[in-house]
Design a protein around this ligand. Structure first.
Ligand code: WAQ
Ligand code: MG
Length: 274
């Protein structure tokens, strides 16, 4: 019998022209964690995501689920801040300044943009050594895809309402990924913007800065996205252990309302908490 603590990793990838393996154009990907009873609706959600995508109509789709054997780790969501910017160049300047605050040397930032400019097709994240600026992931594989992370909708909804943030699935997915990635001690920072032509908001994330949204990091219509993880290898046994964490460690984002209530009661000491 399936018990409620048995979880499944559900993944989708869609491409156009041919499969990813045969050089097709990446259209969309998605990763979720579901219970057995949620499998059908999760698969339907991912099918819809892949079929109705602004990067185009796919003619290849792969959907798979597999039971998760590892125990699920629960991680609190990063704090969200929004940096409104009037243009892409202001947004890019803000991103560079945040990356610097996160501990990435400006030379390494330049080198990572150089690496990015030489990549034509990306379906995962590029890993950059934060000390040398060198690309660490296998350049033949189009990036490392993080999977096995999710945020149960009810908990996300309460969090979003409390902080007056939009209940937007795209932000939810990006915050889930950033929270999982930044939770690893070897991640110095993440830089991301979408490869969807109609979405120009991106972010820089880091343990101290949280999830820093930047309202414009590219021009509308541009199909080139970015996802870079700046990795501190001195905090790693080996790179495989890091990639293994990204691809196999199951993580649920979990926000605890208690933290907010206790914060409020601290700043409001005369009010009786109930
Ligand atoms: N693992 C690794 N890389 C990924 C993954 C993943 N699971 N998903 C996407 N990427 C990479 C891939 O190379 C994509 O081309 C690129 O990131 C962009 O992905 O308003 O929508 O899903 O706060 O298009 C950020 C701002 C939106 C959200 C990011 O990215 C907000 C976005 P997309
Ligand atoms: Mg995309």
């Amino acid at each position: 019998m399936q018990n409620e603590h048995t979880y499944y990793s559900v993944r989708m990838r869609a491409a156009k022209g041919d499969s990813h393996k045969n050089g097709g154009k990446h259209i969309s990907g998605g990763e979720m964690i579901a219970t057995f009873n949620e499998l059908e609706s999760s698969i339907a959600e991912l099918v819809e995501k892949g079929l109705t995508h602004s990067r185009g109509k796919p003619d290849f789709m792969n959907i798979q689920f597999e039971r998760i054997e590892e125990s699920v780790e629960h991680v609190a969501p990063l704090a969200v801040h929004t940096n409104p910017v009037p243009s892409m160049s202001d947004g890019q300047a803000t991103a560079r300044s945040l990356l610097k605050d996160a501990g990435v040397h400006p030379n390494v930032i330049n080198m990572s943009y150089q690496v990015l400019s030489q990549i034509s097709e990306l379906r995962g994240a590029v890993l950059i050594d934060v000390h040398t600026g060198q690309r660490l992931d296998d350049p033949t594989k189009n990036g490392v895809r993080v999977s096995r992370m999710d945020w149960p909708w009810n908990n996300f909804e309460s969090w979003a309402k409390t902080y007056h943030l939009p209940q937007n699935n795209r932000m939810k997915e990006a915050l889930v990924l950033a929270t999982k990635v930044v939770h690893h001690p070897a991640t110095t920072a993440e830089l991301c913007w979408s490869d969807d032509p109609d979405y120009i908001t991106g972010y820089v994330a880091n343990k101290n800065l949280g999830y820093q949204r930047i309202t414009q990091l590219k021009e509308i219509g541009d199909e080139k996205g970015c996802r870079i993880f700046y990795v501190d290898q001195t905090k790693l046994k080996n790179l495989d252990a890091y990639i293994n964490y990204l691809t196999t460690q199951p993580v649920f984002i979990q926000w605890e309302r208690d933290e907010v209530i206790s914060d409020e009661s601290r700043s409001n000491a005369s009010t009786t908490a109930n």
